[in-house]
Design a protein around this ligand. Structure first.
Ligand code: FAD
Length: 285
């Protein structure tokens, strides 16, 4: 068992993000992806949380399974959306019982087709304070290199992030495609006196339509150069290969810029993440 804050103090980390499956087929796919990616010995993996959705218990199930049946260090995502303080207190007791050491405290995005229940929390900071006060967990938060879409200004966005990072142990970023966004974020935190590790999140693009939809939700820009390069691929496999190349280049630039680790969004598919890790010899970062 390991606390991510301690790992980041020792070394550059490699981590993968998964989401909880909803169907038997998706469960098998997750099992295969986890099996393949475990061989790369990531420092930790994270499991998303369906804010406001009826399937929220699945995160705990996946975390428990990973704890019991794999050698992976799982981090549970937790959102404030749709939660009472009592529910969160209960969840934290449950996570402690399952020996979960790491929690990512988030605002949460509601699924489009679901109305979340009443919430005692407004912002991730409120949830973070409760998780942190419980005294048992290493806690991470989300950072948005290109500014969160609901932030009225860059300055206010950075101030809210600085407030979170004055309590949290580390941050993981939303995905982005130009290394400058990350470097500027780290500089801005530095100027606010915050030097906690900010781990960049990398989303390999293997499908233009899909990423455009996700970027719209997250506020990330899909730059013209990215579309131009992907457009050179004449079939899905060629486009995937170009996407891997682009993500590998971004990872190299991030490591050169001093990133404390790399967090790869896998979408529960092993092949793309594995190829990036192999490309960069990241198993030994
Ligand atoms: P917050 O920190 O609460 O920020 C949300 C907005 O409120 C920002 O605009 C911020 O500037 C503003 N704000 C913060 N504090 C204040 C204040 N005191 N007064 C006024 N405004 C304020 N979503 C999920 O549903 N499930 C997941 O598992 C999940 N995993 C994620 C993992 C990562 C690494 C990242 C980067 C995002 C993830 N998300 C997930 C998405 C995330 O929940 C959304 O981006 C959400 O809209 C914002 O989350 P946050 O934690 O940054 O929220």
């Amino acid at each position: 068992m390991a606390r991510i804050g301690d790992l980041l103090a020792e070394k550059r980390t490699l981590s993968f993000e998964f989401f909880p499956p909803k169907t038997p087929n998706a469960t098998m796919q997750l099992g295969r992806a986890v099996g393949e990616l475990e061989a790369l010995e990531p420092d930790f993996v994270s499991i998303t949380y369906g804010a406001g959705g009826s399937d929220r218990h699945r995160t705990g199930e996946v975390v428990s399974w990973m704890r019991a049946d794999t050698g992976l260090e799982p981090m549970a995502h937790l959102t404030c959306l749709g939660h009472t303080r009592t529910e969160v207190a209960g969840l934290l007791v449950e996570y402690r019982r399952r020996n979960v050491q790491n929690i990512l405290a988030l605002g949460g995005d509601p699924p489009a087709d679901d109305t979340p229940a009443r919430s005692d929390y407004t912002y991730a900071l409120d949830l973070l304070e409760d998780v942190s006060a419980s005294g048992s967990f290493c806690v991470g938060v989300a950072a948005h290199p290109e500014v969160h879409p609901r932030s009225p200004s860059r300055e206010i966005d950075r101030r809210h992030l600085a407030d979170k990072l004055s309590i949290a142990d580390f941050a993981i970023t939303q995905f982005f495609f130009d290394v400058e966004h990350y470097v500027r974020l780290v500089d801005e935190m530095d100027a606010l006196g915050i030097d906690k590790p900010i781990v960049p999140g990398i989303m390999p693009v293997t499908n233009v339509k899909h990423v455009a939809r996700m970027a719209e939700m997250s506020g990330a820009e899909v730059p013209g150069w990215l579309i131009d390069r992907l457009d050179r691929g004449s079939d899905p496999e060629q486009i995937r290969r170009i996407g891997i190349e682009i993500a590998s280049e971004l990872c190299r630039s991030l490591l050169a810029a001093g990133a404390p680790g790399l967090h790869l969004y896998t979408l529960n598919q092993a092949a793309t993440a594995r190829e990036i890790v192999v490309n960069l010899d990241l198993a030994s970062v």
